[in-house]
Design a binder for this molecule. Structure first.
Ligand code: 1HE
Length: 287
């Protein structure tokens, strides 16, 4: 067939003529599989992994392509920073109306919800700037490991905009509403240690070791019973939205489901037979 003999470059060129946006798109999110851990990398380092509409779409699509055998996800950023937040140049260029930007924010909410409530533990490897929408993205992950050079900020006020990727819910719950207001009003930049004290980071690793530490943590987390992990990441934050009475009821339901999981008997049997390691300080001990 003549069609098959056309060189790929010619195909791209003719594609670009009719669909320039599709043909010129470069991957801004990479998905790689490391045994049972999926590594998602924001791969737009020249723009500091700023979240454009294309990057958000690719992140969303990558979450749909996570292989079924995956037990944990690591989210990292390529280049000198984890993520600089909303693509301010795109936002400036598009001069979106209120309704248009509301739709953009809702798209962010859907994708970040998919990350938080997708049923798999997500471990973030943070370094450099974790600011604005970058912090909103990090707040949707379950474990945040920070390089000592990590810093956190919500600088929207200086740009004349507001958070729109879920910070008023997620960041406010982590640091407290009052502290979030203070961060936004002052534009204060928190270093890794201040972030650790507030819960924005859960651990500070050795310099340059955030990705390696996150992958090792993910491999450890992946050894938990999958149904237990599912319950942790899908129910605890939601139960936080409920009244205490409803939360206790939801907890008992979740526990009942997990209790019927396929691994419960063998794992408990290992404890009874004294072959399961005891709970004791070791590599997973918080520093
Ligand atoms: C960007 C963005 C961006 C960098 N959108 N292009 N976020 C902010 O307010 C962060 C604004 N950015 C910065 O403060 C700095 O760029 C950084 C501290 C993140 C990085 O500094 P640095 O010295 O490593 O890099 P740079 O030289 O400032 O930037 C390198 C390039 O990345 C440059 O582009 P170039 O074409 O001139 O080389 C920058 O323009 C580009 N870049 N950050 C677009 N954010 C749903 S609401 C969410 C609300 C928000 O997220 S508000 C945004 C908060």
């Amino acid at each position: 067939m003549r069609f098959l003999k056309v060189a790929p470059a010619m195909l791209v060129a003719s594609f670009a003529q009719y669909w320039p946006e599709i043909a010129m798109t470069e991957a801004t999110v990479r998905l790689e599989q490391r045994e049972t851990v999926a590594l998602l990398t924001l791969a737009r380092p020249a723009q500091r992994n700023a979240i454009s509409e294309a990057l958000l779409d690719e992140l969303d699509a990558a979450l749909d392509r996570i292989p079924a055998a995956t037990r944990a996800i690591v989210l990292a950023g390529e280049g000198p920073h984890f993520c600089a937040g909303l693509d301010l140049k795109e936002h400036h260029g598009k001069a979106r109306s209120g309704v248009e930007f509301m739709r953009v924010c809702q798209r962010w909410h859907r994708t970040f919800d998919k990350l938080q409530y997708g049923g798999l533990p997500v471990i973030a490897a943070l370094h450099g700037a974790v600011v604005g929408g970058g912090l909103e993205l990090a707040a949707a992950t379950h474990i945040r490991i920070a390089d000592p050079n990590t810093y956190f900020a919500l600088p929207e006020g200086t740009k004349g905009i507001f958070t729109g990727g879920g910070a008023t819910v997620r960041v406010a719950r982590i640091v407290g509403a009052g502290r979030m207001v203070e961060m936004m009003l002052t534009g204060r930049v928190l270093d890794a240690h201040a972030g650790l004290a507030l819960g924005l980071a859960h651990e500070i690793c050795d310099a340059g070791a955030a990705l390696e530490t996150a992958l090792a943590t993910a491999a450890r987390v992946a050894q938990n019973a999958a149904l237990s992990n599912y319950a942790m990441v899908t129910s605890i934050a939601r139960i936080g939205d409920m009244s205490a009475t409803d939360g206790m009821f939801a907890e008992s339901l979740m526990a009942a489901v997990v209790q019927t999981g396929p691994e419960v008997q063998s794992r408990l049997g290992s404890f009874v037979n004294k072959t399961l390691p005891k709970v004791a300080p070791g590599p997973g001990t918080a520093r």
